[in-house]
Design a binder for this molecule. Sequence first.
Ligand code: ADP
Length: 485
Amino acid sequence: VAAQLRSSGLLQIQGLIGGKWTEAYDGKTIEVCNPATGDVIANVPCMGKRETADAISSAYDTFKSWSKFTATERSKCLRKWYDLLIAHKDELGKLITLEQGKPLKEAVGEVSYGASFIEFFAEEAKRVYGDVIPATLADRRIFVLKQPVGVVGAITPWNFPLAMITRKVGPALACGCTVVIKPSELTPLTALAAAELSLQAGIPPGAINVVMGKASDIGETLLESPQVRKITFTGSTAVGKKLMAGAAATVKKVSLELGGNAPCIVFDDADLDVAVKGSLAAKFRNSGQTCVCANRIIVQEGIYEKFLNAFSAAVRNLQVGNGFTEGVAQGPLINEAAVQKVEAFLQDAISKGAKIQLGGKRHSLGMTFYEPTVVGNVNSEMLLSREEVFGPVAPILCFKTEEEAVQIANDTNAGKLLIFDTMKPCRSWRVSEALEYGLVGVNEGLISTEVAPFGGVKQSGLGREGSKYGMDEYLEMKYVCMGNM
Ligand code: ADP
């Protein structure tokens, strides 16, 4: 796979500053490994403050020209980038599986999904409208201009190595901003390949810069720079809070996509097949490593036994293995720390009375493979239902009334996705309105799309990604008053 990627020019292993592929200034590198085998795929530069400062300068200089491109010109560049991402869908998919571990089919799906943000925002670039407001005095005219915020620092995680970048960079470039991307050190190769394709698409050198290495040094440099006007982040709640606090010193705009604790509620009147299929997809996508994975499956008592049996049978059929193997639905977890977190959560649950229905241990394949797991008798005291497990473990809780379900679902500091299954339309409205979540899926677990606003409330985040609303995150409003007309 690596050889194929190398020959197509997509295996870039240096950072990108001002359009130049760049080593760390002190020559240091970090290894990027395949989580399924432990093999080293590449050594990438371990960059820090100096490289980040140069990347910011390059983005700042390029902002002056890129923001002056016409909307049509920016749109054309983005469209070309989209076309190239799609033309290289299979190679990019392989790269994602190689460094991240997810099954190839899911990885190729991520490329289509990730690229869709570039296509969508190529179109939105042409629709950044201002306003004319009726003035309060006869000799005045009031206008509102929408202008790009400036240089954007984009910090992204490893679970969607492409899509978490395109969701940010698409709207940023569409608005006329330039960016410094810091991908996760665990999955930088997809980011670098996408950046290479952006250059081929004619996006000017310096509009997209990529640095990686010492996360806290890079983060600090981005936060301290008065030239960086916006920080956009997807990752853990703890790091998100640090970035938000750090952004205060220079009063930057901030968007945060943080952890969730998504409940999936199955009401007695649900269609069992729809509920099982939906919760299975919502729980086990990317081996449970997404912020919208069903973290708690809350089932009404009348359907509890039936659901538990049908769901466990479906989980038993999930094939675990290397993401490149045909038919595999569950790849490895990203690293050893991820497995240890799953183990700690399960131990805590068992000590408090939970019952393992299925799985519950490391997979015989070794490495970081873990058996798809179903746990019954879970209650709200357990870590499993209070925090994100971020692994292939489905905790099942039982409830009696709709009020109780809503209470359990809202009893968390997180508030990203909520899924519920019911066939009653009035319940659909009532429950959708009662829940403190940014995203609600009714009879559907996978609801993310480029055309709808994605994001959480409470401690799950700030701002929205995707849709026309996603543009606002990268725009400033300017009020212009003309007097004495
Ligand atoms: P995850 O558990 O998903 O890896 P993290 O929040 O640790 O979540 O990581 C998300 C991104 O944030 C990664 O690119 C990581 O390197 C980066 N990151 C981690 N710590 C910091 C920090 N102190 N400042 C800036 N970025 C950071």
